[in-house]
Structures are given as C-alpha cells and as structure tokens.
Ligand binder design. Structure first.
Ligand SMILES: [Zn+2]
Ligand SMILES: [Zn+2]
Length: 159
C-alpha cells in the first residue's frame, strides 16, 4: 500500500523564495563571475542544456600567467587583453572535459563581445541570456539572422 502523503500547503513561488530557471542560472553566472581575476570587469558564464549545467567560465588570465589584479592589465585600445573571456573559458572547459555543448544555451552576466559571440554561434549554442549590455551592437542583428535567441535577463539583486 502506498504511504499517505500530506498534501503540500500551497504557497506562491515568490513567498517560498523559489526562483525561476532563468534567475537561477543567471545567479550562478554571477557567482562564477566572483572568481574573475580582472577587476576591470567581472564576468561569469554558464552553459546549460535541458536545465543541466554543462560548463562554467569567468574571465581570467592564461593559466600560469599572473592575474591582472596582481600584475596589472595588458591594455590595448582601451581594453584589457590579458584575459580570456568568460564565454570562451566556458567553451574551453567543455572542450577540455569532452562535454558536448551543441544545442545548448549560455547565461552570461554581460552580453558577449564580437569574438565571443562568433565562438558561441559556431559552438552550436542556440540561446544567449545576458545580464547587462556590453559593448557590441552587432550581435543583435547577426543573432536574428542566425536564429540565435538573445534575451536580456536583468540581474536581480538578492533582497
Ligand atoms: Zn585585466
Ligand atoms: Zn568576449
């Protein structure tokens, strides 16, 4: 005989403090960003498929090279080029571990720069969720052409 289970009391999701999936993954991306080693901008990325995290990345120096926070930035045309961007590191992490990301989605705290956008597109990622807008407007028209969903998810600060 099946054990009797008490019916859960209905509570609204908000009252429960249970976040929706988009907020959940964006919050994780924000947490990932806190590992960034370039204080010009802390960015975090999470690659997901079917609500499962496949890979994460934050912007930081080449492995074995000093962090910007210790050695200073490597400035070129007003940007720090010492670091590998969060989205790139998430794709690299997947490649290193042999994780398939084709058909996945990416959550990133700032919208991808042009180079990262190109890489995301060719990695077969079908949707990009970003927190704040960062730098490159070209991604909007090209994403539309490619059928990649590009959606802003404003980052919610915890209450
Ligand atoms: Zn830097
Ligand atoms: Zn980038």
């Amino acid at each position: 005989m099946a054990a009797k289970r008490k019916k859960p009391r209905r509570k609204s999701a908000a009252k429960h403090g249970r976040v929706d999936w988009n907020t959940y993954f964006m919050n994780i991306a924000r947490e990932v960003a806190s590992r960034s080693t370039c204080d010009r901008k802390h960015v975090g990325a999470v690659i997901v498929r079917e609500k499962t995290i496949l890979s994460t990345g934050y912007n930081g120096s080449i492995k074995g090279m000093p962090h910007c926070d210790e050695a200073g930035h490597m400035m070129e045309d007003g940007h720090c080029v010492a670091t590998i961007h969060a989205e790139a590191n998430a794709v690299i992490q997947a490649a290193k571990n042999g994780v398939r990301i084709d058909g996945g989605e990416i959550y990133v705290t700032a919208s991808p720069c042009w180079n990262c956008f190109k890489m995301i597109a060719n990695a077969g990622i079908r949707a990009i969720y970003y927190g704040e807008f960062y730098r490159d407007e070209r991604i909007f028209s090209v994403a539309r052409k490619l059928g990649i969903r590009l959606t802003q998810i404003p980052i919610k600060k915890p209450d």
